[in-house]
Design a protein around this ligand. Structure first.
Ligand code: ADP
Ligand code: MG
Length: 600
């Protein structure tokens, strides 16, 4: 256990990059939880009011603080964890800057009650506006309870930067989940506005904690992964290749039990999965690295989510090997496909991937750059898929409503690669991406129905309603989106605890895909979009529904289907692109054809 608290010498305090510790309520939750864990707590309760924007209480049964140390804990750079600069590199506990409590107290009102097992009486400390208001005896159990309220009152400008309460609460819950996954042996209870959102007992098995924290659907979908290389150990669970998500939000990495967001680590895990899951699908992974403290710098970023490894190449290889053999073990075809790096060609491709990842790692490890923003994700990839506008006179034609091509007037010639429809027209040739076109049509229908007719899409009731269990923040997002989903013909209702029941789907969606649909909705309406106003959120949700409902690539279309598609394209506006921004149709003018054949 750490020793008594000392004030760090000034020289040292300057050498520690002072960061903005308290950015938003979630930062407070994170710091208080880490302090509780550092204090050896085995039970922690978190209570949030108004998404953590009004107040946050964290109660633990840890070692508590001595009376004479209580005020010192709120002094800047007071910590019981390091005394000399070199120690920073040997840190094992979470906190070590002694910055959190003073920073929190400077922007809020803090009330702390704490007692050590050796003291008969506890202590109550109240700090307001950065000043001590009360220090007195208090009857309380062993441990510490901190109530933080009037958050950001002294800095009103900060309040303006806060997103809506649901988003702030979501961010708090994100941190709680990250810490809960790293400490399966600690009982955690989380409530918001009096409602219990998470209540996980202490468990021995991490996979059990994952299922309780991220959703029961994970049960039975997790494969243990463990490996070692050059003194670095990797351990955790990875999802079966068929249990994929459409976003990378369920990829959790820890370095010495500290949650990190790191491009390199994500990239390595994706390399292992590359051949066994579809493009743009992501696995769920909860992986912890045990790295000798001198081999890793956790001090790169004040929020401490980034790390820098002395030997990134070894770390990369360890992850690829361990994850590959984990998914290979359960899925021999993965090994045959050369995932573990068998074939020569595979090896070259692998080497190229490693180099690319390392290059980006170096480029992005600058102190001011939050490089997880660059993690592989679909938003980033879309721009590269933007069409090259076809050269020549026909290129603008589809965008100009007056002169727009009527698809029904074109002559359908056939399908190429199971995906592209080829048409002949007076001015040349038109190529249509069947999936993009259908997606655009469904999207426009959803969007206009309500505005123009006041009706909503007719839902198709499921014979057997499906219950889906969700992590708390997704639960909140989904239940708030119910009016939008209803507009699209989807019936979703809260179903006790963290579950929802799906009773009806839009008629254009195939039934039996409820879980994938929900998980796509949640990951495609990603972090940034969650606090969008309802109107815009509506667009995002409709985009996902349209995408799932649209006829897939690689499917033969019959002539009547093609005619129907053309009629539909003629009545909607914006026919030129799908809702993701990819082109629906690309015209090739006679002029361009002539150029191709060197007639011009
Ligand atoms: P750090 O965690 O970086 O040391 P903090 O400002 O978070 O700095 O906390 C200052 C000190 O207060 C800690 O070093 C610790 O001794 C004490 N402390 C804070 N929270 C708790 C807690 N929940 N239980 C016991 N001690 C605590
Ligand atoms: Mg701390």
């Amino acid at each position: 256990m750490p020793g008594r608290i000392v004030v760090l010498p000034e020289k040292l305090t300057h050498r520690i990059a002072a960061g903005e510790v308290v950015e938003r309520p979630a930062s407070i939750v994170k710091e208080l939880l880490e302090n509780a864990l550092d204090a050896g707590a085995t039970e922690i309760a978190v209570e949030l009011e108004k998404g953590g924007c009004q107040s946050i209480r964290v109660t633990d049964n840890g070692e508590g603080i001595e009376r004479e140390d209580v005020a010192l804990a709120f002094a800047r750079y007071a910590t019981n964890k390091i005394a000399a600069f070199e120690d920073i590199y040997l840190i094992r506990s979470f906190g070590f800057r002694g910055e959190a409590l003073p920073s929190i107290a400077s922007i809020s009102r803090v009330e702390m009650v704490t007692r050590r097992a050796s003291s008969p009486a506890g202590t109550r400390l109240i700090i307001e506006g950065g000043e001590e208001k009360e220090l007195s005896d208090a009857g309380c159990p062993v441990g510490t309870s901190i109530l933080v309220s009037r958050i950001f009152e002294p800095v009103p400008v900060r309040r303006k930067f806060l997103k809506g309460e649901p988003t702030e609460q979501g961010c708090c819950l994100d941190w709680i989940a990250r810490l809960a996954l790293a400490h399966p042996g600690v009982k955690m209870k989380v409530s918001a506005g009096g409602r219990v959102l998470l209540n996980v007992p202490a468990v021995k098995d991490l996979s059990e904690r994952i299922a309780l924290t991220l959703g029961r659907d994970f049960r039975g979908q997790l494969i243990p992964a463990a490996g070692e290389r050059e003194g670095v150990r990797l351990q955790g669970f990875v999802s079966r290749p068929e249990f994929t998500r459409s976003g990378a939000s369920h990829m959790y990495f820890y370095v010495n039990r500290r949650f990190v967001k790191d491009y390199l680590l994500n990239h390595a895990a994706m390399t292992a999965y590359r051949r066994v899951i579809e493009y743009r699908r992501y696995p769920a992974v909860v992986l912890g690295l045990e790295v000798p403290p001198g081999e890793v710098d956790v001090n790169v970023h004040p929020a401490k989510m980034e790390v820098r490894f002395r030997n990134p190449r070894d770390i990369y290889a360890l992850i690829v090997e361990t994850v590959s053999s984990a998914i290979g073990a359960g899925f021999p075809q993965a090994r045959e496909a050369g995932v573990a790096g068998g074939a020569e060609a595979g090896r070259a491709a692998y080497a190229a991937r490693v180099e690319e990842a390392l290059r980006r790692y170096r480029v992005s490890s600058g102190p001011e750059k939050l490089f997880f923003k660059e993690a592989p994700g679909r938003k980033k990839e879309i721009p590269s898929m933007q069409p090259m506008p076809a050269a020549g006179e026909a290129s603008t034609e589809l965008e100009e409503p007056e002169r727009r091509t009527r698809f029904s007037d074109l002559v359908y010639l056939g399908q190429v690669a199971g995906t592209y429809l080829v048409f002949a027209g007076e001015k040349g040739m038109v190529l249509v991406d069947q999936h993009a076109a259908h997606e655009r049509i469904l999207f426009e229908k959803l969007r206009r129905r309500e505005a123009e007719t006041g009706e909503r899409e007719i839902g198709q009731r499921l014979l057997i309603p499906e219950v889906v269990s969700l992590p708390p923040r997704d639960f909140a997002f989904l239940t708030e989106s119910v009016p939008v989903l209803e507009e699209a013909g989807m019936e979703v209702e809260p179903f006790g605890g963290d579950s929802v029941v799906v009773k009806a789907l839009p008629a254009f969606l195939p039934p039996g895909e409820v879980k994938t649909l929900i998980s796509d909705l949640l990951s495609d309406c990603g972090e940034a979009d969650r606090d969008l106003p309802l109107v815009e959120r509506r667009e995002r949700i409709f985009t996902v529904l349209a995408c799932r409902g649209a006829v897939k690539a690689n499917r033969t279309m019959t002539s009547p289907e093609v005619s129907a598609l053309c009629r539909d394209l003629d009545v909607i506006s914006h026919a030129a692109t799908c809702p993701h921004g990819r082109p629906v149709a690309v015209p090739v003018s006679v002029f361009e054809l002539e150029k191709m054949f060197k007639r011009r």
